[in-house]
Design a protein around this ligand. Sequence first.
Ligand SMILES: C[S@@+](CC[C@H](N)C(=O)[O-])C[C@H]1O[C@@H](n2cnc3c(N)ncnc32)[C@H](O)[C@@H]1O
Length: 200
Amino acid sequence: MQHKEDHTQFWEDIYLANDAGWDLGGVTPVFESIANQLNPGKVCIIGSGRGYDAVMFAKKGFDVTAVDFAPSAIKAVRNLAKKTDVVVQAIQNDIFTLTPEHSNTFDYVIEHTCFCAINPKRRSEYEELVKKILKPEGKLIGLWFPLDKTMEDGGPPWGTTVNEVKSIFNNGWTIEEEGFLDLSIKTRKGREKMIIFRKA
Ligand SMILES: C[S@@+](CC[C@H](N)C(=O)[O-])C[C@H]1O[C@@H](n2cnc3c(N)ncnc32)[C@H](O)[C@@H]1O
């Protein structure tokens, strides 16, 4: 069954209407802080939006792939990378088509309001996808959000809980780090939790 948010146009219309309420307009402080502590490697930002974090990782020497199916988002990623004079591989495609071409490819996958953008019925598919595109011991670094919404509230963004996230990533993953961070932006404090899962 297809859901409204499975369609590119659903998201593209939001960009075209300049109504992307999730867009921070710049780098996500949590990811910038984490990037400073990681060894540079291959990073994939799924549902990348306009690419502020993609460019931030590239500036720090990571080999960055940004994936989003909305043309306006990918155009913005390309423009920002060009303006900043860094290389980002910007792929305009559905994340669920990244395999097999990108299987076993990335050291890191970044989750930032992509999990909540996808229909909840596809969450196990999301887990399988991320597991496939990561290298062994690769890390899924996520800000899991929104923790204050229930399914009945509808979406996207679709609500989740820490327990649900942990139960989805419970087979072939270990938790490397987790916490509610002071660096979360004001409007998301307590509503998002950073959890890093490492693939076995
Ligand atoms: C809530 S926005 C978040 C964007 C970005 N991560 C940010 O925080 O600014 C979700 C993004 O995921 C993209 N998206 C949703 N489902 C997707 C899919 N199946 N494949 C690729 N991109 C998808 C949308 O086009 C949108 O840009």
